[in-house]
Design a binder for this molecule. Structure first.
Ligand SMILES: NC(=O)c1ccc[n+]([C@@H]2O[C@H](COP(=O)([O-])OP(=O)(O)OC[C@H]3O[C@@H](n4cnc5c(N)ncnc54)[C@H](O)[C@@H]3O)[C@@H](O)[C@H]2O)c1
Length: 343
């Protein structure tokens, strides 16, 4: 998987022999990002644009079906290429669509959100949701390449920048104390000036893990820190039709999972306090109550890392050091969520 700047697109495409070029967008990336991509392409008239409606609620098999039908209508063949121009919803869904159409056509990711740039566009995980349960249908398929254009962040609404920032904090917490300290010293209003060096550091950290354990048999599970609870929170809010963005859900998930680690004596109290304080300074506390405990547990039980219905967590031993495969019982999970409710 090669990572290059968008300006290299023509050279990059010249290296790949292809029959037809498709670009998948949503209405926002069509408006804000597609014009730039088309102006960079030497043969924009040959591009076929495919569109889905934006948002997590459209990351469904139904949207895939619509795209597969269009690919078929436009006679896409095994030599066609799909460019996924958008955030994590577009790259997760577009990657799945491409990897399963005619047993697999090649795809290129051009992330347009911060989450896409630091996480979703890389690593080869593709998926769609099954009802409210996250990422239940998908596979491992690497994009041919990922092309980064940081200026796409200029039109990204602040709430989505913040969501991407949540994933960036995760890399600091699991792998790099210095990155955590640098990101934690920023304030909410400075996020539109997020440093390219920080974006590159996140990509470097993710790729170093993915290269060692592409299929998530072990080490790669550390990237799921915050996601066991985070995905359950995201699903809960998706069902309630309230907006909780992915990185925001992960940020609160990281607090609750750090509480579990501190209850188990793995993480020092002062580090738990630092984690909660920094995260809550960017992400206001969520309103959840004890009625949500069981629905949250039921969502966690659908997590793909579980064995025999016991929920599998990645837990911190200290800031910058995470360990995988902690199987945590229901009461320990409920105690941690209860502590979060009373923070
Ligand atoms: N596969 C992976 O490894 C991985 C990793 C992290 C997250 N994800 C997935 O990514 C998704 C979240 O990603 P996301 O936050 O990028 O979601 P998203 O794709 O829904 O994008 C967020 C919003 O920003 C809009 N948008 C995108 N680019 C824009 C731009 N440049 N200017 C203006 N608006 C723009 C989109 O239309 C959408 O409304 C979740 O589904 C999550 O599960 C996947």
């Amino acid at each position: 998987m090669k990572i290059k700047a968008l300006e290299t697109i023509n050279d990059s495409l010249n290296l790949l022999t292809f029959s037809k070029l498709f670009v998948l967008v949503d209405e926002n990336t069509k408006r804000f990002c597609l014009p730039k991509l088309l102006s960079d392409l030497s043969n924009p008239q040959e591009v076929i644009i495919l569109e889905i409606a934006s948002g997590e609620s459209n990351k469904t098999i139904h949207s895939c079906l619509e795209i597969w039908k269009k690919l078929s209508h436009y006679q896409a063949d095994r030599k066609s290429i799909l460019i996924n121009l958008g955030g994590g919803v577009i790259s997760d869904l577009g990657g799945f669509v491409a990897s399963s159409f005619k047993r697999g056509i090649r795809f290129i990711n051009i992330p347009s959100t911060l989450i896409g740039m630091v996480d979703a566009a890389f690593g080869g995980k593709t998926a769609v949701n099954l009802h409210a349960a996250k990422n239940q249908i998908g596979n491992f398929s690497k994009p041919e390449m990922v092309l980064i254009e940081k200026s796409f962040l200029e039109s990204l609404p602040e709430e989505h920048l913040l969501s991407g920032f949540g994933e960036m904090l995760k890399y600091g917490l699991i792998l790099d104390n210095d990155l955590w300290k640098q990101l934690g010293s920023l304030n909410r209003r400075e996020l539109d000036q997020i440093d390219s060096a920080h974006i590159h550091r996140c990509i470097e950290l993710k790729m170093s893990i993915v290269e060692q354990d592409y299929r998530e048999n072990g080490l790669r599970k550390i990237l799921n820190f915050g996601h066991t609870i985070g995905h359950a929170l995201e699903s809960l809010f998706l069902e309630k039709e309230k907006t909780l963005h992915h990185g925001e859900a992960v940020a609160h998930g990281m607090i609750i999972e750090s509480i579990i680690a501190s209850h188990k004596g793995l993480l020092k109290n002062n580090e738990l306090e630092e984690i909660s304080q920094v995260i809550l300074s960017f992400f206001p506390k969520l309103t959840i109550d004890t009625n949500h405990l069981l629905p949250l547990l039921n969502f966690m039980r659908q997590d793909k890392k579980n064995e025999n219905e016991v929920v599998n967590f990645t837990l911190l031993h200290s800031i910058g050091k995470a360990h995988i495969d902690y199987f945590i019982e229901k009461d320990e999970i409920f105690n941690a969520i209860d502590d979060y409710i009373h923070l």
